[in-house]
Every structure is written in structure tokens, then in C-alpha cells.
Design a protein around this ligand. Structure first.
Ligand SMILES: Cc1cc2nc3c(=O)[nH]c(=O)nc-3n(C[C@H](O)[C@H](O)[C@H](O)COP(=O)(O)OP(=O)(O)OC[C@H]3O[C@@H](n4cnc5c(N)ncnc54)[C@H](O)[C@@H]3O)c2cc1C
Length: 405
């Protein structure tokens, strides 16, 4: 039997992991990416991973399975994706700290023994260890996304820089743009996806045995293509981040920092600071609610004041970070769902359409187990490695009905 061809719409980490595990199961994934691989959240995320921080939520098993898969991938892919175990600290920064440090750099308070040597104590209030090398780790999300796509391509898959712009369900004419009403379970299916080539702008139809939609913050678009997903609500929370060059004096260590920070303007933030094995340092926070999702990820631009704030955060914990060169100041959209849970599974009423989206702030962690389970669902008809019941897209219609009451 010929290998099933599976269209994966979206070249973020969820799409890349899905393509990778599909290719491991003998399918031929064709990844459609509207802009470039890892151009959005998956290229601009921190990459922090935790074994048990989702345990109190329905995503707990997905996170635990993924934590193990990340370690496995680091060995299996044969490419350096910046994976390592880290020690994780909670640190409160004194209100109003701006990065100005005491003359001569003398520490004002006794250094907690657990505090990494590159963190200055002048501006630090309290510090505690909240994750050990047993339970927390990190990965470079962009490198991992690209490595998974490359591995899927090496196994016979392909990547096309083109946007999905519409669908044709079986039995309909090819006017495109919208789907008809759902028929009996399993009878209707996506016959073709209309795609627009990024370079030429030309449109064409692509047929496949199955389609998996991994469109991140752009997933709400699916509602106009698939009435079966009418209840799907995915918003994009705009979040800023910076990447600093290897700081000049004290090398950073395998420590991740979760900060409680109040700037001189009185605004509270909870920034995260992740030194990476390549010496660069990633810092994120400063979000904007109610941002309309623009046409593509290329249209999500950072605000200069947010980037300056993040540089101030970095300087407040370490004068070395304050002196480090700014390599990237960026923003992207976090894909968030109305009920806070990802949407993973088969689209109700369609035999060959699947969705995997809405992983919010844990999509890097949860991507491998998501991709693995979706590949099982597509190829074997059931996900065995992780129970996806809590993430079933069928819940969306029930939620929409409740909202209308
Ligand atoms: C600042 C920040 C820090 C984060 N840090 C962490 C962290 O430390 N740990 C963690 O676990 N998670 C983290 N996350 C969350 C994580 O980044 C996301 O959950 C995850 O990247 C979502 O992946 P995705 O593939 O669903 O979406 P995306 O990465 O947004 O990818 C979706 C892709 O689909 C493409 N696309 C959309 N529409 C179409 C179309 N019609 N046709 C073709 N392509 C299309 C887009 O161009 C995009 O490339 C962070 C997020 C942010 C914003």
C-alpha cells in the first residue's frame, strides 16, 4: 500500500513535530507554511520545559510524555537543538530596579548559595530554587522546529512555502472558501486544500489522504472553512522577547530564572530569563491583550518600549546582561483557547481532518507528545501514547451552545 500523504498546515513546532512523527510511521507529510518555518511563537519562545508543572491540569500527561520525548529527540535527531537540563529559580527583583548597580559592583546582600554566579545580588529580594535538573530543562525552539522538519523531509516528507487559503469538502463544487454542512460521521472529508504559493502568489489545489491543521494563533480562520469547528476560539496574545549576545564577562550557566519584577513605572511583570548553551540569553514578557491577529506572522512587529523594558529587566539581574549586545527584539502571538486547553483531535463529522492548536504558554514542551499522538490518530485511527480525550475538538460545539444560552 502506498504511504498516506498527509498535509500539515503550519510550520511551527506543533506542525513540525506532527510531520516528524507521521514520517516515523511511514506517512508522507507535506508541510505548508505561510511565511517560513518557526516564524512565529515556535521561533520566538523561550523553550523552557518542565516535567510536572502541568500536573494539576488536564495537560499533565501530555507534558510528562513530552518531557521524556524531548530528551529522546535530543539524542535521536543528531543535531544540536540547545537541549539541556537546567536548575530553575524564582527571584524577586526589588521594585524600581533599573539595572543601576552599586559602585564597584559590591553585593549589598548576602548571596544565597543557590544563586548562579552571573546574577548580581544588589537588586535581588528573595530567591529560591523551584526546579531541579531532574524536573526542568530547556531547548532552542527554532532549532528544534527546523531539525524536526529536516528529519521529516529526509524521511520522504516535504515543506512548501505556501498558505492554505480554503478547502473543498468532498461532494461540493470547487468554489472553495467554505465547507458545507456536516454529513454523517466519517462520510464527509476534505477533498482538496487550496494553497497560495508565497513566492509567486499563484493558487492551486492540493489533494491528500488527510489534513492536520496546526495554524497556531491563525487557527480561528478554520471556522470559516469548517463549520464543524464553529465553536473554535483561538486568540493571539502578543508577547515580546529579546535575545542577548553572550554576556562579556561572567559566562552564564544552566539556570533558568522566573522573576517577579516591578519597573520604575510601577507595572508588575513576570519575566523569564533563559541563558542558552550557545551563550546567548533569552528574556521574555511584556504582553498586549486584544491584539487583532494580522494576516501573517510577518506582520507581528515588536514595540520599541517593550524591548527597552526587557533590556532593563536583564540589566536589573546582572550588569553583564545589561552590557550584552541586543541580537533580537521581537514579538509573536501565543495561541490561546477559550477554555485554556489545547484542541487536538479529529474534526467532528470529517473522516480525514485533524486539528492541533491552542497550546498557549506550553506549546514547546507539549509539542512532541502532541505530534506523536496526532500521527497515531491519523495513521492508526487512535492515539495510544497519550489520551487526547480532554482536548477533543467535539467539546467546542458544546461550549458554543452553552455560550448562546
Ligand atoms: C514569548 C513566548 C515564550 C514562550 N515560551 C515557552 C516556553 O518556554 N515553553 C513552552 O513550552 N512554550 C512556550 N511558549 C509557547 C509556545 O511558543 C507555543 O505554544 C507554540 O510555539 C505554538 O506552536 P504552534 O506550532 O501551534 O504555533 P506557531 O509557532 O504560531 O506556528 C503556527 C504556524 O502556522 C503558520 N500558518 C498559520 N496559518 C497558516 C496557513 N493558512 N497556511 C500555512 N501556514 C499557516 C504560521 O505562519 C506559523 O508559522 C512561549 C510563547 C511565547 C509567545
Amino acid at each position: 500500500m502506498a504511504a498516506p500523504q498527509v498535509l500539515v498546515v503550519g510550520g511551527g513546532l506543533i506542525g513540525a513535530a506532527t510531520a516528524f512523527y507521521l514520517s516515523k510511521k511511514g506517512a508522507k507529510p507535506i508541510v505548508l507554511e505561510a511565511v517560513s518555518p518557526a516564524c512565529s511563537a515556535s521561533g520566538k519562545a523561550g523553550g523552557f520545559l518542565a516535567l510536572d508543572w502541568c500536573d494539576s491540569q488536564a495537560t499533565g500527561p501530555l507534558a510528562r510524555r513530552s518531557f521524556a520525548l524531548h530528551e529522546q529527540l535530543a539524542k535521536e535527531l543528531g543535531t544540536d537543538c540547545g537541549y539541556r537540563r537546567v536548575r530553575t529559580h524564582s527571584i524577586s527583583v526589588k521594585p524600581g530596579a533599573t539595572g543601576a548597580h552599586a559602585a564597584g559592583g559590591a553585593s549589598a546582600v548576602r548571596r544565597p548559595p543557590s544563586l548562579p554566579g552571573w546574577v548580581d545580588t544588589e537588586n535581588i529580594g528573595q530567591a529560591s530554587v523551584i526546579g531541579t535538573e531532574e524536573t526542568t530543562a530547556q531547548v532552542h525552539p527554532e532549532l528544534l522546529t527546523k531539525a524536526l522538519l529536516a528529519a521529516a523531509e529526509a524521511a520522504g516528507g516535504s515543506l512548501q512555502l505556501a498558505a492554505a487559503v480554503g478547502l473543498r469538502l468532498a461532494g461540493e463544487d470547487d468554489s472553495g472558501g467554505g465547507g458545507g454542512g456536516g454529513g454523517a460521521e466519517g462520510q464527509r472529508h476534505v477533498a482538496e486544500v487550496r494553497v497560495r504559493d508565497r513566492a509567486s502568489g499563484e493558487e492551486r489545489e492540493v489533494a491528500a489522504d488527510a489534513v492536520v491543521f496546526c495554524m497556531g494563533a491563525w487557527s480561528a480562520q478554520l471556522r470559516s472553512w469548517l463549520p464543524q469547528l464553529g465553536g473554535l476560539e483561538v486568540s493571539g496574545l502578543k508577547v515580546h522577547s529579546i535575545v542577548l549576545a553572550d554576556p562579556p564577562h561572567r559566562p552564564t550557566t544552566a539556570d533558568a530564572l522566573f522573576l517577579a519584577y516591578r519597573g520604575s513605572d510601577g507595572k508588575s511583570l513576570e519575566p523569564e530569563v533563559y541563558p542558552r548553551p550557545n551563550g546567548q540569553v533569552y528574556v521574555c514578557d511584556v504582553s498586549e491583550d486584544d491584539v487583532a491577529v494580522p494576516a501573517t506572522a510577518a506582520d507581528v512587529l515588536p514595540r520599541p518600549d517593550a524591548i527597552a523594558t526587557l533590556q532593563g529587566v536583564a540589566a536589573s539581574v546582572s550588569k553583564d546582561l545589561g552590557a550584552a549586545e541586543l541580537l533580537q527584539g521581537q514579538a509573536c502571538l501565543l495561541p490561546c483557547t477559550a477554555d485554556g486547553l489545547p484542541v487536538i483531535g479529529r474534526v467532528p463529522g470529517l473522516a480525514n481532518a485533524y486539528v492541533a492548536t491552542g497550546h498557549s504558554c506550553w506549546g514547546i514542551l507539549q509539542a512532541p507528545a502532541t505530534g506523536e499522538a496526532v500521527a497515531e490518530l491519523v495513521v492508526d485511527g487512535a492515539a495510544r501514547s497519550t489520551n487526547l480525550r480532554a482536548f477533543d475538538p467535539a467539546r467546542l460545539a458544546r461550549q458554543a451552545a452553552r455560550r448562546q444560552r
